[in-house]
Design a protein around this ligand. Structure first.
Ligand SMILES: Nc1ncnc2c1ncn2[C@@H]1O[C@H](COP(=O)(O)OP(=O)(O)O)[C@@H](O)[C@H]1O
Ligand SMILES: NC(=O)OP(=O)(O)O
Length: 317
Protein backbone atom coordinates (compact mmCIF):
# COMPACT_ATOMS: atom_id res chain seq x y z
CA UNK A 1 0.00 0.00 0.00
CA UNK A 2 1.23 3.52 -0.87
CA UNK A 3 2.28 6.17 1.64
CA UNK A 4 -0.66 7.66 3.59
CA UNK A 5 -0.91 11.37 2.75
CA UNK A 6 -3.50 13.59 4.41
CA UNK A 7 -4.68 16.49 2.27
CA UNK A 8 -6.55 19.33 4.02
CA UNK A 9 -8.67 21.56 1.78
CA UNK A 10 -9.15 25.14 3.05
CA UNK A 11 -12.76 26.29 3.38
CA UNK A 12 -11.90 29.65 1.78
CA UNK A 13 -10.41 27.90 -1.26
CA UNK A 14 -13.92 26.59 -2.08
CA UNK A 15 -15.52 30.06 -2.00
CA UNK A 16 -14.83 32.81 -4.50
CA UNK A 17 -17.54 35.42 -4.15
CA UNK A 18 -17.56 36.25 -0.42
CA UNK A 19 -20.95 34.79 0.45
CA UNK A 20 -22.55 35.28 -2.96
CA UNK A 21 -21.61 31.79 -4.25
CA UNK A 22 -24.38 29.26 -4.63
CA UNK A 23 -24.09 25.56 -3.90
CA UNK A 24 -23.31 24.96 -7.60
CA UNK A 25 -20.38 27.39 -7.49
CA UNK A 26 -18.92 25.52 -4.53
CA UNK A 27 -19.38 22.18 -6.33
CA UNK A 28 -17.48 23.61 -9.30
CA UNK A 29 -14.59 24.57 -6.97
CA UNK A 30 -14.72 21.09 -5.39
CA UNK A 31 -14.58 19.45 -8.86
CA UNK A 32 -11.50 21.51 -9.74
CA UNK A 33 -9.80 20.51 -6.46
CA UNK A 34 -10.53 16.77 -6.75
CA UNK A 35 -8.77 16.62 -10.14
CA UNK A 36 -5.53 17.30 -8.25
CA UNK A 37 -6.38 14.76 -5.55
CA UNK A 38 -7.10 12.12 -8.22
CA UNK A 39 -3.68 12.93 -9.77
CA UNK A 40 -2.08 12.03 -6.43
CA UNK A 41 -4.11 8.81 -6.13
CA UNK A 42 -3.04 7.89 -9.68
CA UNK A 43 0.58 8.37 -8.61
CA UNK A 44 0.04 5.72 -5.91
CA UNK A 45 -0.49 7.86 -2.79
CA UNK A 46 -3.01 6.60 -0.25
CA UNK A 47 -4.93 9.84 0.20
CA UNK A 48 -7.13 10.93 3.12
CA UNK A 49 -9.06 14.17 2.60
CA UNK A 50 -10.06 16.69 5.26
CA UNK A 51 -11.61 20.10 4.70
CA UNK A 52 -12.40 23.41 6.35
CA UNK A 53 -15.76 25.14 6.75
CA UNK A 54 -14.94 28.65 8.00
CA UNK A 55 -16.99 30.55 5.39
CA UNK A 56 -19.72 27.90 5.08
CA UNK A 57 -20.41 27.46 8.81
CA UNK A 58 -20.71 31.25 9.12
CA UNK A 59 -23.20 31.37 6.24
CA UNK A 60 -25.23 28.57 7.87
CA UNK A 61 -25.27 30.25 11.28
CA UNK A 62 -26.31 33.56 9.69
CA UNK A 63 -29.15 31.89 7.78
CA UNK A 64 -30.36 30.42 11.07
CA UNK A 65 -30.11 33.78 12.86
CA UNK A 66 -31.99 35.60 10.10
CA UNK A 67 -34.75 32.95 10.05
CA UNK A 68 -35.04 33.18 13.85
CA UNK A 69 -35.26 37.00 13.67
CA UNK A 70 -38.33 36.69 11.48
CA UNK A 71 -39.71 34.16 14.00
CA UNK A 72 -40.05 31.55 11.30
CA UNK A 73 -37.78 28.84 12.61
CA UNK A 74 -36.05 27.75 15.83
CA UNK A 75 -32.28 28.55 15.70
CA UNK A 76 -29.68 25.94 14.71
CA UNK A 77 -26.90 25.75 17.36
CA UNK A 78 -23.35 26.37 16.09
CA UNK A 79 -22.32 22.73 16.72
CA UNK A 80 -25.17 21.56 14.47
CA UNK A 81 -24.17 24.13 11.83
CA UNK A 82 -20.70 22.49 11.89
CA UNK A 83 -22.29 19.04 11.44
CA UNK A 84 -24.38 20.39 8.54
CA UNK A 85 -21.29 21.74 6.75
CA UNK A 86 -19.44 18.46 7.34
CA UNK A 87 -22.25 16.56 5.63
CA UNK A 88 -22.81 19.11 2.86
CA UNK A 89 -19.18 19.62 1.86
CA UNK A 90 -18.35 15.94 2.44
CA UNK A 91 -21.16 14.98 0.07
CA UNK A 92 -19.80 17.24 -2.66
CA UNK A 93 -16.20 16.01 -2.30
CA UNK A 94 -17.36 12.36 -2.16
CA UNK A 95 -19.48 12.64 -5.31
CA UNK A 96 -16.87 14.66 -7.23
CA UNK A 97 -14.11 12.16 -6.32
CA UNK A 98 -16.26 9.14 -7.26
CA UNK A 99 -17.04 10.72 -10.64
CA UNK A 100 -13.39 11.61 -11.24
CA UNK A 101 -12.25 8.06 -10.33
CA UNK A 102 -14.90 6.56 -12.66
CA UNK A 103 -13.76 8.84 -15.52
CA UNK A 104 -10.13 7.71 -15.09
CA UNK A 105 -10.96 4.07 -14.20
CA UNK A 106 -9.20 4.44 -10.83
CA UNK A 107 -9.98 1.46 -8.61
CA UNK A 108 -10.70 3.27 -5.33
CA UNK A 109 -13.82 3.58 -3.20
CA UNK A 110 -14.79 6.80 -1.42
CA UNK A 111 -16.51 7.35 1.94
CA UNK A 112 -17.18 10.35 4.15
CA UNK A 113 -17.04 9.69 7.88
CA UNK A 114 -19.11 11.90 10.16
CA UNK A 115 -16.35 12.77 12.60
CA UNK A 116 -16.71 13.97 16.18
CA UNK A 117 -13.66 15.56 17.74
CA UNK A 118 -13.24 15.71 21.50
CA UNK A 119 -12.36 19.04 23.09
CA UNK A 120 -12.19 20.20 26.73
CA UNK A 121 -14.94 22.32 28.27
CA UNK A 122 -12.14 24.04 30.22
CA UNK A 123 -10.20 25.01 27.07
CA UNK A 124 -9.25 28.71 27.54
CA UNK A 125 -10.10 29.33 23.85
CA UNK A 126 -13.81 29.24 24.78
CA UNK A 127 -13.22 32.64 26.44
CA UNK A 128 -11.08 34.07 23.61
CA UNK A 129 -12.71 33.60 20.16
CA UNK A 130 -10.20 33.41 17.28
CA UNK A 131 -11.81 31.35 14.49
CA UNK A 132 -13.02 33.58 11.61
CA UNK A 133 -16.28 32.40 10.04
CA UNK A 134 -18.62 33.60 7.30
CA UNK A 135 -18.22 36.55 4.96
CA UNK A 136 -15.60 39.29 4.89
CA UNK A 137 -16.83 42.83 5.69
CA UNK A 138 -15.40 46.30 5.16
CA UNK A 139 -14.62 48.36 8.30
CA UNK A 140 -17.87 50.34 7.87
CA UNK A 141 -19.94 47.15 7.40
CA UNK A 142 -18.23 45.54 10.40
CA UNK A 143 -18.98 48.56 12.65
CA UNK A 144 -22.64 48.38 11.59
CA UNK A 145 -22.79 44.61 12.24
CA UNK A 146 -21.34 45.07 15.75
CA UNK A 147 -23.92 47.78 16.45
CA UNK A 148 -26.69 45.37 15.40
CA UNK A 149 -25.09 42.36 17.16
CA UNK A 150 -23.20 43.60 20.27
CA UNK A 151 -22.57 39.95 21.26
CA UNK A 152 -20.37 39.37 18.17
CA UNK A 153 -16.57 39.62 18.18
CA UNK A 154 -14.98 40.66 14.88
CA UNK A 155 -11.33 40.78 13.79
CA UNK A 156 -9.37 41.97 10.77
CA UNK A 157 -8.42 38.83 8.77
CA UNK A 158 -5.04 38.98 6.99
CA UNK A 159 -5.71 42.18 5.04
CA UNK A 160 -8.83 40.61 3.47
CA UNK A 161 -11.47 42.43 5.56
CA UNK A 162 -13.29 41.98 8.87
CA UNK A 163 -14.89 38.72 9.99
CA UNK A 164 -16.86 37.41 12.89
CA UNK A 165 -14.89 35.06 15.18
CA UNK A 166 -16.08 32.17 17.36
CA UNK A 167 -14.32 29.99 19.98
CA UNK A 168 -11.93 27.40 18.60
CA UNK A 169 -10.84 24.85 21.25
CA UNK A 170 -7.90 22.57 20.54
CA UNK A 171 -8.73 18.99 19.45
CA UNK A 172 -7.85 16.26 21.98
CA UNK A 173 -9.02 13.07 20.25
CA UNK A 174 -10.61 12.02 16.94
CA UNK A 175 -13.53 9.87 18.14
CA UNK A 176 -13.89 7.91 14.87
CA UNK A 177 -10.15 7.35 14.24
CA UNK A 178 -10.46 3.53 14.22
CA UNK A 179 -13.26 3.59 11.62
CA UNK A 180 -11.18 5.94 9.47
CA UNK A 181 -8.14 3.66 9.71
CA UNK A 182 -10.20 0.57 8.87
CA UNK A 183 -11.58 2.24 5.74
CA UNK A 184 -8.10 3.38 4.62
CA UNK A 185 -6.81 -0.18 5.04
CA UNK A 186 -9.70 -1.38 2.84
CA UNK A 187 -8.90 0.69 -0.27
CA UNK A 188 -11.11 3.70 0.57
CA UNK A 189 -10.24 7.33 0.03
CA UNK A 190 -11.70 8.68 3.28
CA UNK A 191 -13.07 12.19 3.79
CA UNK A 192 -12.96 12.96 7.52
CA UNK A 193 -12.75 15.66 10.23
CA UNK A 194 -14.67 18.04 7.94
CA UNK A 195 -14.78 21.58 9.32
CA UNK A 196 -12.29 20.50 11.99
CA UNK A 197 -14.75 17.88 13.20
CA UNK A 198 -17.95 18.23 15.22
CA UNK A 199 -16.83 19.52 18.65
CA UNK A 200 -17.88 17.22 21.49
CA UNK A 201 -16.99 16.95 25.18
CA UNK A 202 -16.90 13.79 27.31
CA UNK A 203 -19.37 13.86 30.19
CA UNK A 204 -18.69 12.41 33.65
CA UNK A 205 -20.59 9.30 32.49
CA UNK A 206 -18.16 8.89 29.56
CA UNK A 207 -20.83 9.83 27.01
CA UNK A 208 -20.32 12.55 24.40
CA UNK A 209 -22.27 15.75 23.89
CA UNK A 210 -21.89 18.55 21.34
CA UNK A 211 -20.53 21.97 22.27
CA UNK A 212 -20.76 25.23 20.30
CA UNK A 213 -17.40 26.00 18.65
CA UNK A 214 -15.50 25.60 15.38
CA UNK A 215 -12.31 23.56 15.66
CA UNK A 216 -9.49 24.61 13.39
CA UNK A 217 -9.29 21.99 10.65
CA UNK A 218 -5.50 22.30 10.45
CA UNK A 219 -5.14 21.25 14.11
CA UNK A 220 -7.75 18.49 13.71
CA UNK A 221 -6.03 17.28 10.53
CA UNK A 222 -2.60 17.20 12.15
CA UNK A 223 -4.03 15.21 15.11
CA UNK A 224 -5.72 12.75 12.72
CA UNK A 225 -2.45 12.43 10.77
CA UNK A 226 -0.69 11.56 14.04
CA UNK A 227 -3.39 9.10 15.17
CA UNK A 228 -3.50 7.16 11.89
CA UNK A 229 0.29 7.43 11.47
CA UNK A 230 0.33 9.31 8.15
CA UNK A 231 3.80 10.30 6.95
CA UNK A 232 2.87 13.44 5.03
CA UNK A 233 0.46 16.26 5.81
CA UNK A 234 -0.51 18.54 2.92
CA UNK A 235 -2.42 21.73 3.73
CA UNK A 236 -4.00 23.41 0.71
CA UNK A 237 -5.08 27.02 0.94
CA UNK A 238 -5.42 30.18 -1.17
CA UNK A 239 -1.68 30.70 -1.79
CA UNK A 240 0.95 28.47 -3.48
CA UNK A 241 3.53 29.09 -0.73
CA UNK A 242 3.87 30.45 2.80
CA UNK A 243 5.64 33.82 2.95
CA UNK A 244 7.47 35.88 5.47
CA UNK A 245 6.66 39.63 5.52
CA UNK A 246 3.32 38.66 3.93
CA UNK A 247 1.67 41.60 2.12
CA UNK A 248 4.77 43.82 2.57
CA UNK A 249 7.06 45.06 -0.23
CA UNK A 250 9.78 42.66 1.00
CA UNK A 251 7.46 39.60 1.06
CA UNK A 252 9.47 36.39 0.50
CA UNK A 253 8.02 32.98 -0.36
CA UNK A 254 9.42 29.96 1.47
CA UNK A 255 10.34 26.82 -0.53
CA UNK A 256 12.14 24.30 1.71
CA UNK A 257 12.47 25.10 5.38
CA UNK A 258 13.39 23.29 8.57
CA UNK A 259 11.25 22.96 11.69
CA UNK A 260 13.69 25.26 13.51
CA UNK A 261 13.48 28.00 10.85
CA UNK A 262 9.69 27.83 10.81
CA UNK A 263 9.56 28.07 14.60
CA UNK A 264 11.84 31.14 14.45
CA UNK A 265 9.59 32.87 11.86
CA UNK A 266 6.56 32.04 13.98
CA UNK A 267 8.20 33.66 17.01
CA UNK A 268 8.94 36.73 14.85
CA UNK A 269 5.14 37.00 14.22
CA UNK A 270 5.16 36.40 10.46
CA UNK A 271 1.92 34.39 10.64
CA UNK A 272 -1.45 35.91 11.66
CA UNK A 273 -3.83 34.24 14.11
CA UNK A 274 -6.89 32.66 12.45
CA UNK A 275 -5.27 32.27 9.00
CA UNK A 276 -1.61 31.18 8.54
CA UNK A 277 -0.68 30.73 12.23
CA UNK A 278 -2.86 27.62 12.81
CA UNK A 279 -1.38 26.01 9.68
CA UNK A 280 2.15 26.67 10.91
CA UNK A 281 1.38 25.48 14.46
CA UNK A 282 -0.42 22.37 13.18
CA UNK A 283 2.61 21.60 10.97
CA UNK A 284 5.01 21.97 13.88
CA UNK A 285 2.81 19.75 16.13
CA UNK A 286 2.71 17.01 13.46
CA UNK A 287 6.45 17.09 12.78
CA UNK A 288 7.33 17.20 16.47
CA UNK A 289 5.12 14.12 17.03
CA UNK A 290 5.36 11.44 14.32
CA UNK A 291 5.21 13.25 10.95
CA UNK A 292 7.91 13.18 8.27
CA UNK A 293 7.01 16.19 6.09
CA UNK A 294 4.44 18.93 5.68
CA UNK A 295 3.59 20.76 2.46
CA UNK A 296 1.55 23.98 2.36
CA UNK A 297 0.31 24.98 -1.10
CA UNK A 298 -2.78 25.75 -3.20
CA UNK A 299 -4.95 22.97 -4.71
CA UNK A 300 -3.74 23.52 -8.28
CA UNK A 301 -0.10 22.96 -7.21
CA UNK A 302 -0.82 19.68 -5.35
CA UNK A 303 0.70 17.24 -7.83
CA UNK A 304 3.81 19.38 -8.38
CA UNK A 305 4.09 19.96 -4.65
CA UNK A 306 4.16 16.27 -3.67
CA UNK A 307 6.87 15.88 -6.31
CA UNK A 308 8.84 18.75 -4.69
CA UNK A 309 8.37 21.14 -7.62
CA UNK A 310 6.11 23.63 -5.84
CA UNK A 311 4.74 24.65 -2.43
CA UNK A 312 6.38 25.28 0.93
CA UNK A 313 8.01 22.14 2.32
CA UNK A 314 8.70 21.82 6.02
CA UNK A 315 11.06 18.99 6.82
CA UNK A 316 12.82 17.49 9.81
CA UNK A 317 16.58 18.03 9.65
N1 LIG B 1 2.60 34.58 6.00
C1 LIG B 1 1.65 34.24 5.11
N2 LIG B 1 1.98 33.54 4.00
C2 LIG B 1 1.02 33.20 3.11
N3 LIG B 1 -0.30 33.52 3.24
C3 LIG B 1 -0.68 34.21 4.33
C4 LIG B 1 0.27 34.61 5.31
N4 LIG B 1 -0.38 35.28 6.26
C5 LIG B 1 -1.68 35.30 5.93
N5 LIG B 1 -1.88 34.66 4.75
C6 LIG B 1 -3.22 34.54 4.14
O1 LIG B 1 -3.85 33.49 4.85
C7 LIG B 1 -4.61 32.70 3.92
C8 LIG B 1 -4.84 31.31 4.52
O2 LIG B 1 -5.77 31.41 5.57
P1 LIG B 1 -7.32 31.04 5.36
O3 LIG B 1 -7.81 31.58 4.05
O4 LIG B 1 -8.01 31.48 6.59
O5 LIG B 1 -7.21 29.48 5.33
P2 LIG B 1 -8.09 28.35 4.63
O6 LIG B 1 -7.56 28.20 3.23
O7 LIG B 1 -7.77 27.16 5.48
O8 LIG B 1 -9.52 28.76 4.69
C9 LIG B 1 -3.80 32.74 2.65
O9 LIG B 1 -4.57 32.46 1.52
C10 LIG B 1 -3.27 34.18 2.66
O10 LIG B 1 -4.22 35.03 2.06
N1 LIG C 1 -12.75 24.77 10.45
C1 LIG C 1 -11.78 25.40 9.73
O1 LIG C 1 -10.63 25.49 10.13
O2 LIG C 1 -12.18 25.97 8.53
P1 LIG C 1 -11.30 26.81 7.47
O3 LIG C 1 -10.17 25.96 7.03
O4 LIG C 1 -12.25 27.10 6.37
O5 LIG C 1 -10.84 28.06 8.16
Amino acid sequence: MGEVVIVAIGGNSLVRENGRDGVDDQYEAVCETVVHIADMVEEGYNVVVTHGNGPQVGFGLRRSEIAEKYKDMPPVPLVNCVADTQGGIGYQIQQALMNEFAKRAINKKVATVITQVEVSKEDPNFKHPTKPIGSFFTKEQADKMIEEHPEWTMIEDSGRGYRRVVPSPKPIDIVEKDVIKTLIDNNYVVIAVGGGGIPVVKTEHSTYEGIDAVIDKDFATSLLAEQIKAGTLVITTGVPKVSINFGEPDQKELDFISVEELRKYKEENHFPEGSMLPKVEASLNFLEASGKRVIITNPESLKDAVNKKSGTHIVKQ
